[in-house]
Design a protein around this ligand. Structure first.
Ligand code: ATP
Ligand code: PRP
Length: 218
């Protein structure tokens, strides 16, 4: 039998929405996957030639881009941040909807947006730099891994770039959205080389694509 395919999924908030989408494409993890006390990071699937790895959202893209996993599910925010040439993102799964935004204190305390240099706290330094560069502004990014929303009040940065869904986190931390950088949803990703050389990868991409198309048509 061929070596098993490795499918990387994020352990964060996309996971609950991803499981039914995966099941429709025939990717069903073993029961142990749902056991909250299980510390394993690798799980067998109903399909014997497939295994799942459960990793952090940003790492899903890294595993797949380097061919350590052949397939994965990740937000388009993460794909855009890394911009890996070996990553192919063929199917929008219509889950994990949110947007990546610039926000600043509603009190108006941030440096004026016409300034040529700004300090921005974010988990997305590459997207942030590109966004401001396109507007002739040099963004100095302070990399945080979460809780960006407290940075302006503590003087760490005048602005943040972060994900927004309901807008509650911004509002409850005295921030307002000043622009939207991109709309975000989760994608099926595949390693480009694996897609060309292993027909099982192409077949799985096709199964996800068919389901996504029938969802859109319904
Ligand atoms: N508020 C949100 N609403 C909808 N989707 C979101 C929201 N926040 C994040 N996402 C999507 O879920 C992905 C993972 O988010 P999650 O919150 O699980 O990350 P995290 O906890 O910061 O990850 P990690 O702890 O692995 O770094 C994001 O990359 C994005 O695509
Ligand atoms: O607009 P809202 O509905 O309030 O959602 C936005 C929040 O959701 C995400 O954080 P998450 O809850 O994943 O926590 P994190 O800060 O640990 O990433 C994001 O980073 C925002 O903080």
């Amino acid at each position: 039998m061929n070596a098993p395919l490795t499918f990387a999924i994020p352990k964060g908030r996309i996971l609950d929405e991803a499981l039914p989408v995966m099941a429709r494409a025939g990717v069903v993890p073993e029961a142990a996957f749902h056991d909250k006390d299980n510390r394993s990071l690798t799980f067998a699937c109903e399909r014997e030639d497939l295994r799942l790895i459960r990793v952090r959202a940003f790492d899903v893209a890294t595993f797949v881009a380097h061919g350590a996993a052949q397939l994965g599910i990740v937000g388009s925010d993460v794909i855009e941040e890394f911009d890996y040439p070996d990553l192919y993102a063929p199917v929008d799964l219509s889950i994990g909807h949110c947007r990546l935004c610039v926000a600043e204190p509603e009190s108006g305390a941030a440096t004026p947006s016409r300034a040529s240099h700004l300090r921005v706290a974010t988990k997305y330094p590459n997207i942030t730099r590109r966004h401001f560069e396109a507007r002739g502004i040099q963004a100095e990014c302070v990399k945080l891994n979460g809780a960006m929303e407290i940075a302006p009040a503590l003087g760490l940065a005048g602005r943040i770039v972060d994900l927004v869904s309901s807008g509650r986190t911004l509002a409850e931390n005295g921030l307002i959205e000043t622009s939207t950088i991109m709309q975000v949803s989760a994608r099926l990703i595949a390693n480009r080389a694996a897609m060309k050389t292993d027909p099982r990868v192409a077949a799985l991409v096709e199964a996800f694509r068919r389901n996504a198309d029938s969802e859109t048509a319904a």
